[in-house]
Design a protein around this ligand. Sequence first.
Ligand code: FEO
Ligand code: CA
Ligand code: CA
Length: 687
Amino acid sequence: MPERRRLLNLLTPAPIHGNRSSLTCRFKCGDACFHAVPNTSDNAYFGDIAEAALSRRGVMKAGLVAAGGAAFAGSSLASFVTAPEAAALTTRGRLRGLGWTPIAPATTDAVETPDGFDQDIVIRWGDPLFAGAPAFDPHAQTGPKQETQFGYNNDYLGFLPLSKNVELMCVNHEYTDEVLMFAGYDAANPTREQVEVAWAAHGLSVVAVKGNQGNGKLKPIVGHGHNRRFTATSEFAVSGPARGSQLLQTSADPSGSVVRGTLNNCSGGLTPWGTWLTAEENFNQYFANGAAVTDPLGSRAIRRYGIPTGETERKWERFDDRFDLAEEPNEVNRFGWIVEIDPYDPTSTPVKRTLLGRFKHEAGTAVIDRRGRAVVYSGDDERFDYLYKFVSRKKVNRSGGFRGNADLLDSGTLYVARFTGDSPAAEIDGTGSLPSDRQFDGVGQWIPLCTESESFVPGMSVEEVLVYTRLAADTVGPTKMDRPEDVETNPVNHKIYMALTNNTQRGTAGKAGVDEANPRNANKHGHVIEMTETGNDPAATTFAWNILLVCGDPADPATYFGGFDKAQVSPISCPDNVTFDEHGNLWISTDGNQLGAHDGLYAVPLTGRYRGQVRQFCSVPTGAETCGPWVTERRVNICVQHPGETNDSTFENPASHWPDGGGSLPRPAVVTMWQNGRSGAPKHRGE
Ligand code: FEO
Ligand code: CA
Ligand code: CA
């Protein structure tokens, strides 16, 4: 196998924002990592003085260990199973679904796949969706044109079956990279036209796609009656207990029940009843002048959600008062929700579901419990923030679709998670070294916050718990996690897998120290937790958990790959989205690889002798992040988000020319990959 990996950088102090480019930090999450950690609550897991001292020793020890790791890293690179061996393993049924040879980490401006796979672009930023939509011209883009075209920075990706060989592809457009979208972009003076393009490039797309039985390609059907765009100005309804609340009322909407737009939609999920949940994540960055909010609870919330006190990066507040809290103090409260969409009804209005709480939702993934109720998991993606779940009161109407479950998510209970380790605290030393029982593991509790009619948080009403969910959760002692990203249930083993992407401030001065669920100080590479609800019932109020992966270079002793031989795994860093193939293998996409190579997609067997063997399937172009993995027996689909988003990359001089090559502008796109000789056509529901 060719060696293309760069040297490790373990001795370099962890940068505040990891390996992300300054553009990613600026546009994706509003420079969140450069601002103070919003969670300053002193809940049960905030380290005391003794633990903080231990954590500092841990940091020093980690540095020494890392020095050793760096010294032998060059000679102890992971070697992968060879092609014949992989085939043999597949034949023995031990690696079902993974009969390919892992790729080496790559730094090419391309999507790299294992030998034997073909790939194609399904759709890219600016491609037309509707009859009569104009062809993409980045030099003549307008808001109205963008509203008829595929949006920017595709993140979540899911497919719903529509008819024979036609599916509805559901895609989030998380945010815009203005310096890569507009010629001569002046960040201090954006124009109205540029801002209107950005509004229209945010949001969501529903696109009917058709597979080609002959060559595996998957193509959009331009003008299909189910194609839709939702943007930062589309109409959304509000449901649940906070609908109509004074906290959601604005001068344009005194009813507090109709919102224009959805923002920063990150990941999401398709529900068992046939709808799409999309998650509003870093909504805070779009709202200016938080300092104008002076009421006690509101101003605490401004700080807790990290809302800018002055002007915003994109300066939308200059073009619409609703982005200015000095003018419209409640508009920001109308973002940060889980939104439910009916892709099957092209006339439907999506609904913001307030009973699922308001925070930086990474995703929303739904399953059905033993009594037939809906359970939705969602992480709050911020350093030291929490994992949540919602359990409905009513039963799911499995064949009812959106209309048959119109108020399913509007009654039930919202919980937040507390993780308790089973090893002595002194054995969790912050280096990533396993405790004496050889597992980072323990039990946990789901702590109720409210139902549709009852608050369990003293001093806060139901609507306050829902609008200011972070403040409510701070009071009940949940565990401060290392940036909870995707959380999803494995349909084969029914365990839940949560990606914790990183937290370089863990254990630093004044911040929470390690605990068994977040066991590494200055956690640069992240980890993956495997959870089992008690009785395998998603509605249970207790659970067991263990860490499946402590990510990083396998040559680094501060890593763990489910106990698998670390000489036989792919390096992995900053896990973000998770999904599963039909054999129950876990697939993980990464965001911000700290090991010198590009981000990628990785598969991990969860059972048998190969449990924990991380195997890299693909690598994405320069500056890009891998998002939205969707894996079937015949296809692997991904979203390539923010290609070319590196420091100093611009429209005039972009760091990437993917996917069109030559001197072209980089364009976020959906990619499909399939094995040579196999058409990639869906052979079952849910392709
Ligand atoms: Fe948009 Fe948490 O990633
Ligand atoms: Ca343990
Ligand atoms: Ca993400």
